[in-house]
Design a protein around this ligand. Sequence first.
Ligand SMILES: NC(=O)c1ccc[n+]([C@@H]2O[C@H](COP(=O)([O-])OP(=O)(O)OC[C@H]3O[C@@H](n4cnc5c(N)ncnc54)[C@H](OP(=O)(O)O)[C@@H]3O)[C@@H](O)[C@H]2O)c1
Length: 274
Amino acid sequence: MNMNGKTVLITGSTDGVGRYVASELAKQGARVLIHGRDASRAKALIEEITAKGRAAPRFYQADLSSLAGARQLAEAVKADHGKIDVFVSNAGIGSQNNGPQRQESADGFELRFAVNYLSGFLLAHLLLPLIKAAAPSRIVNVASLGQHPIDFDDVMITKNYSGSRAYAQSKLSQIMFTIDLAAELKGSGVTVNSLHPATYMNTTMVRAGAITPISTVEQGGAAILHLVDGDDVANKSGLFFNGMNEMKANAQAYDEAARKRLRELSLKLTGLSG
Ligand SMILES: NC(=O)c1ccc[n+]([C@@H]2O[C@H](COP(=O)([O-])OP(=O)(O)OC[C@H]3O[C@@H](n4cnc5c(N)ncnc54)[C@H](OP(=O)(O)O)[C@@H]3O)[C@@H](O)[C@H]2O)c1
């Protein structure tokens, strides 16, 4: 897909791999909508992009650790744009951001489930009219190889909490949502895929976990860009990719009953089912 003139929203693009992807898409002439929590980090990225002679990306500030923040982001984007060609749901926190203890979102949900999964679930639904208006269009959910099955008796992980389990549960939730949404969007011209960009890229969340990085944002960014504009994936939907290659996710992703439980819970928690 030629990205010149295309509108692309990338959540979590003031840092890490999202920042790299935003910058690359701006180079290709896309109208890039960047998002993050920190206005000064956004300003630095805007300056970097405009210094290269590219159009200034529009910055949307929102904290996705509350559903109100996700709703506010969707409203702000809707107020400015009639269509979105690509939505990259990338914002996230790692297993150790702000320490190893269990944390909760503003709405009282386990924090990684809320930020990494529920906010993207809500945003995708709220932005769907704009994404459909741009068809053929795409949704890319940035997930991970780190995947832990959901215990439906304790989705908020009140027992046996660990940051890596919470992170991995949120990432599998994104993959399960991708499969469901692809089925829902069949025939609409909108595709949705998820991926593991690369292992331990040198980013804030990896450094927060005191992990030695083993890959670069350029490597992970290339895998995200492949799903954003690759012609070979134009008609593929509902799939999980490890880098550039399609692969199977954790078995729970293919359990229809589990996906239905997650879908119903997510619709309820986000208020979409009411
Ligand atoms: N790093 C890896 O090796 C790796 C591997 C597999 C998957 N991933 C996935 O790749 C994606 C990007 O990760 P990264 O490594 O680039 O991480 P990063 O450098 O830590 O960047 C995370 C981005 O998410 C935003 N974010 C975090 N919490 C937020 C919140 N509450 N509200 C709004 N925005 C928030 C951050 O915004 P601020 O600038 O405001 O902090 C930042 O822009 C994540 O979904 C991650 O799970 C990463």
